[in-house]
Design a protein around this ligand. Structure first.
Ligand SMILES: O=C(O)CC1=CCC(=O)O1
Length: 258
């Protein structure tokens, strides 16, 4: 399949180092709002995109593969005239980041891999979720999604934000969500991780029920030469939103490391 033109929002100085942000299955680029101002203040050019099938990006008919999601980001960089960028990805965005580090090392200055996995099974879970979404729409998986994304305490303290993300998931086109489930179902990057040469920071949420740190983040950090693992307490799957100060500090430290 050929690359699609991703919807994107660009903030920050035109001549700043480019940091591309890719989000979770079921999200759109607003999930990165807490990171924008702090990075722009430090002089970075922040490029947030909606993955294919999500937000305001095109929704080509499935199946999608991780190759397609990665090729979309390379096309975005080409279109923006960016030769080399930092990539920060959470969950599906992190999977895309690993694909870029493996298949396009010359385009990736560094990687931050948040709350993600190199192999996220069982495949039957993704087949079943795609079936549900195609039959009943994304609203049918929205509440369960929010429960994985945010800790119970945060949802209690911030019912408005839980509602914001429930609405975000329910707005994702069913075919786009389901086709991305298929890409995750068929993904296995574990044996390819040693090919990544980009300086890599892996960040996990200590209370992430979707990609628990020991099961998912640690194998990534152990597989990528020189990668470092940080586990943030009090964070579920959407840790960058629930614990923005901690995630943003770690991201900035990685981007600005000497
Ligand atoms: O299951 C979820 O919704 C969490 C998740 C897995 C991959 C992804 O991008 O989000």
């Amino acid at each position: 399949m050929s690359a699609v033109k991703l919807h994107r929002v660009v903030d920050g100085p035109g001549d700043g180092p480019v940091v591309v942000f890719g989000g979770s299955l079921g999200s759109d680029l607003r999930m990165w709002e807490p990171q924008v101002a702090p990075l722009v203040e430090r002089g970075f050019r922040v490029v947030r995109y909606d993955a294919r099938g999500h937000g305001a990006s095109p929704v080509p008919p499935g199946p999608y593969e991780l190759d397609d999601l990665g090729a979309d980001v390379l096309a975005l960089l080409d279109e923006l005239g960016v030769e080399r960028a930092h990539h920060v990805g959470l969950s599906l965005g992190g999977m895309t980041g690993m694909w870029l580090g493996i298949h396009a090392p010359g385009r990736i200055a560094s990687l931050v891999l948040c709350c993600t996995s190199a192999k996220l099974g069982p495949p039957s879970m993704w087949v079943e979720r795609a079936r549900t979404v195609r039959a009943e729409g994304t609203a049918a998986v929205a509440e369960a999604g929010v429960q994985r994304w945010l800790t119970p305490g945060y949802r209690e303290r911030h019912p408005d934000r839980a509602g914001f993300f429930r609405t975000m998931i329910a707005a994702v086109p069913a075919e786009g969500y389901a086709a991305c489930c298929g890409a995750i179902e068929r993904m296995d990057l574990l044996d390819l991780l040693p090919k990544i040469t980009a300086p890599t920071l892996v960040i996990a949420g200590a209370d992430d029920p979707a990609t628990p740190p020991e099961e998912h983040a640690r194998p990534i950090a152990e597989g990528i030469p020189g990668a470092r693992l940080e586990v943030v307490p009090g964070a579920a799957h959407l840790g960058s939103y629930e614990r923005p100060a901690e995630f943003t500090r770690l991201i900035l430290d990685h981007l600005e490391r000497p």
